[in-house]
Design a binder for this molecule. Structure first.
Ligand SMILES: *Cc1c(COP(=O)(O)O)cnc(C)c1O
Length: 381
């Protein structure tokens, strides 16, 4: 089945009792046994729920994975991956990870005895140099949030396997419509389904995908033991969102390319970062492993922070909001919003300047998005 067919159909069959084309929401905590020791495959929603299982089957199919395990949020999905490890284990991580992920690593997991080394994973040699005898996994984001650094998944998978490590990829920005890391050798893929996968700013969710039966058994055990699972209703809403993933990612990518090109030519814009632009340092890697470049752009204005503030306060169509990957165009100031908890020196060392603006380009008519940015830039000194 082609990807575009899978997003609409995979894992979904008409409801056996009524023929409903949309799978029902099994909003039930528990399931009645037929007799002692005999159930219909479901016992208690924390460990098994038909609506969640349908979503998991659909997401596994579109990622090209054998297994999927859904979680209550992207954060709980990352946490589930990290629960594979024990006190004394070491993780090599991309340096430009989502703000919440670095908070989880630095404020919680280090207290439980894990240690982390952050490197620019665009350079496999830097990742290799950070590997220690107790390293267990290489954890990357590609493209990263918010600097849109791109890492070579195949090169890092080969490196990980040559050293007996796992490669885990937070693929939230790319989605399986544009990049399928398992096909390039990754062992684990994770998404915040809050973003492009559900796509309409309607819920918080996450998923972990793998081809390994052993890893999946552990993820299932975490769902059951910790309980950070999505509700049946959120699972159902995610399923509806996925149906248009392919169409949306096409439009997000097209619109973002037009917006990035417009910004790159604008005299008040100092720098634009978008993996689809030839000026992106890893454009060749992005082009080789992704089928399009998604909807995320970051840029910096010539006038620094004051200009950035003026721009953010002058947009009308673009929503000034945290989050990304939904149908609406959203604009964010990472230094004061998404990455406020990353200490300033660390932000600057990572290239996350005070004037950086992040844009999640939506699927509106591109002329309207460009006109809004143009009128807002006109007001910037
Ligand atoms: C949003 C996001 C997360 C966290 O997901 P939530 O659903 O908000 O918990 C993790 N990684 C990336 C890249 C994200 O964009």
């Amino acid at each position: 089945m082609h990807f575009d067919t899978k997003v609409v159909r995979a894992g979904i069959s008409p409801d056996p009792t009524t023929g409903a084309i949309v799978p029902p929401i099994y909003q039930s905590a528990t399931f009645v046994l037929e007799e002692v020791g005999k159930d219909k495959g479901f016992d208690y929603t924390r460990s098994s729920n038909p609506t969640r299982f349908t979503l998991e089957a659909n997401l596994a199919a579109i990622e090209g994975a054998k297994h999927a395990a859904c979680f209550a949020s992207g954060m709980s999905a990352v946490d589930a991956v990290m629960k594979l490890f024990s006190q004394g284990d070491h993780i090599v991580s991309s340096d430009d990870v989502y703000g919440g992920v670095s908070r989880l690593f630095n404020q919680f997991l280090v207290r439980q005895g894990l240690s982390f080394t952050y490197v620019d994973s665009s350079f496999p040699e830097k990742v290799e140099a950070a590997i220690q005898p107790n390293t267990k996994i290489i954890w990357i984001e590609t493209p990263t949030n918010p600097l849109l650094k791109v890492s070579d998944v195949k090169a890092l998978a080969d490196l990980a396997h040559s050293r007996g490590l796992l490669l885990g990829v937070d693929s939230t920005f790319a989605t399986p419509a544009l990049l399928r890391p398992l096909e390039l050798g990754a062992d684990i893929v994770m998404h915040s389904t809050t973003k492009y996968i559900s796509g309409h700013n309607q819920l918080i969710g996450g998923v972990v995908l793998t081809n390994s039966d052993e890893l999946q058994a552990r993820f299932r055990h975490f769902q059951k033991s910790i309980g950070a699972i999505p509700s049946p209703f959120d699972s159902w809403l995610t399923l509806l969102g996925v149906k248009t993933l392919s169409l949306r990612m096409e439009r997000h990518s097209e619109n973002a390319m037009a917006v990035a090109t417009f910004l790159e030519r604008h005299p008040k814009v100092a720098k634009v970062t978008y993996p689809g632009l030839e000026s992106h340092p890893m454009h060749h890697v992005a082009k080789a492993q992704m089928s399009a470049f998604s909807g995320m752009i970051s840029f910096e204005l010539v006038g620094g922070i004051p200009a950035g503030k003026k721009l953010l306060n002058s947009v009308k169509l673009c929503a000034l909001a945290e989050s990304l990957g939904a149908v609406e165009t959203m604009i964010t100031h990472p230094a004061t919003m998404t990455h406020v908890e990353v200490p300033r020196e660390e932000r600057l060392a990572r290239g996350l300047t005070d004037g950086l603006v992040r844009l999640s380009v939506g699927i509106e008519y591109v002329g309207d998005i460009l006109a809004d940015l143009e009128q807002a830039l006109d007001q910037v000194d």
